[in-house]
Design a protein around this ligand. Structure first.
Ligand code: SF4
Length: 396
């Protein structure tokens, strides 16, 4: 390596469900793009370097100072005996936000079941999945066919909202000669991207809260996850980049800009600046979508599950007493409390949508997208002293 650039990236050791990975590199070590730098202990996924550089720190992340020279070449994943092993070796996880290791899902034997592609990209502003479909439909279809082959599925449905007309036409052409792949429509509502909604709309089966897709002989994959499956198998490419949408209070932008293949570990402000930079009077940076995103900051690193980088408005000053109404598919109590704190208010009571039921210690929505009126809950919050109510629910 000739020299270092002074630019540091931060590759988190936890980018998936399960415990943080264990690093396989040391401080001071020179590393190449694509090199394995951390391995899971139990459920998880391999992590690889997205750049050439030198390891300068290891804490909850591996901090790498980038080399001046960044060749396109990446180290391919180790040799494997089958496609599932290649997906595992490449560290593919659910790119839609869940971060579940993809090789575990692909191990399901569906015996004539279904692979479902979730293209809902439900939250406002986000559009990188649809952009990928429009630009590289064949990559998605190849990833899907590998997934069908590995799981022995007989049929695949691509679930998409009817308002994505251009993507639907492009997909239609891409599957023209595919006997076992069909397009199915999702309702134009939030949260159509919930797995249980995708199953309800494609297979006509209503899963119980907490029930998994394998109960109906199906697996559900996000668009970018299938892209990464194809790249792992065909190019031996580890997951070292992420597709993201940057939007909100960005100069000159109202609609969100897509960056395909942003190196994992890059600070998000790099992409905020590339998109146009911050507008005057901009507020917090939210990582994720407007409904379910979490507060981040300019140095938050891109991870395998980062979808949106959204710049919010400055919180208005409002020091009233607030009631909180959370939704399983939207903002939860923690996030709503953060917003109230940001405004200078006080939380006096918190309630959940009445459709949220507790399953194995976690609240889940009983019927995602079939949202009830919330009058009773609102009255309860008022009775508890709330002067204003902040809702994470997607319907009023
Ligand atoms: S029913 Fe309630 S918890 Fe479920 S999506 Fe609608 S508002 Fe959210």
């Amino acid at each position: 390596m000739k020299g270092v650039s002074g630019i540091k990236i931060k590759i988190l050791l936890k980018q998936h469900v399960g415990a943080p990975c264990k690093t396989t590199v040391k401080i001071g070590q020179e590393i190449k793009k694509g090199e394995l730098i951390a391995e899971p202990e139990g459920l998880g996924a391999n992590i690889h370097s997205s750049v050439y550089g030198i390891v300068v720190d290891i804490n909850d992340a591996i901090v790498i100072e980038m080399a001046d020279d960044q060749p396109k070449y990446f180290m391919p994943i180790a040799d494997t005996s089958c496609n599932i092993e290649a997906v595992k070796e490449a560290g593919v996880v659910g790119a839609g936000g869940a971060g579940f290791p993809t090789h575990v899902k692909l191990n399901a034997k569906l015996n004539d079941g279904y692979v479902l592609v979730n293209t809902a990209e439900c939250e406002p502003i986000l559009k990188h999945n649809i952009k990928l479909i429009e630009e590289k439909p064949e990559l998605l279809i190849r990833g899907l066919k590998y997934a069908m082959e590995m799981t022995k599925a007989k049929k695949a449905y691509i679930a998409i909202k009817p308002n994505h007309k251009k993507a639907i036409i492009i997909l239609g052409k891409a599957i023209k000669f595919e006997q076992n792949i069909e397009i199915k429509f999702l309702p134009n509502m939030y949260p159509a991207g919930d797995e249980r909604v995708v199953i309800r709309e494609t297979l006509g089966v209503e899963l119980e809260p907490g029930q998994l897709p394998n109960a109906v002989n199906a697996v559900v994959f996000n668009v970018e996850t299938l892209k990464n499956v194809a790249l792992a198998i065909e190019e031996r490419r580890p997951v070292i980049a992420k597709d993201v949408t940057v939007g909100g209070r960005i100069k000159g932008d109202v609609d969100g800009k897509v960056f395909l293949n942003a190196p994992i570990g890059m600070p998000v402000d790099h992409y905020v600046n590339l998109a146009g930079g911050l507008e005057k009077n901009s507020g917090e940076i939210v990582i994720g979508g407007p409904f379910t995103g979490i507060a981040g900051h300019e140095n938050s690193p891109i991870t395998k599950t980062t979808g949106g980088v959204l710049v919010g408005m400055v919180f208005p000053n409002d020091n009233r007493k607030f009631g909180i109404l959370a939704c399983e598919c939207g903002a939860q109590e923690d996030r709503l409390t953060e917003i109230v704190d940001g405004m200078g208010g006080t939380v006096v009571a918190a309630e959940k949508c009445k459709r949220m039921v507790e399953v194995n210690g976690r609240y889940r929505c009983d019927k995602p997208g079939e949202c009830p009126g919330q009058t009773e809950t609102v009255l309860k919050l008022k009775k508890a002293g709330a002067e204003a109510i902040i809702v994470g629910t997607c319907e009023d």
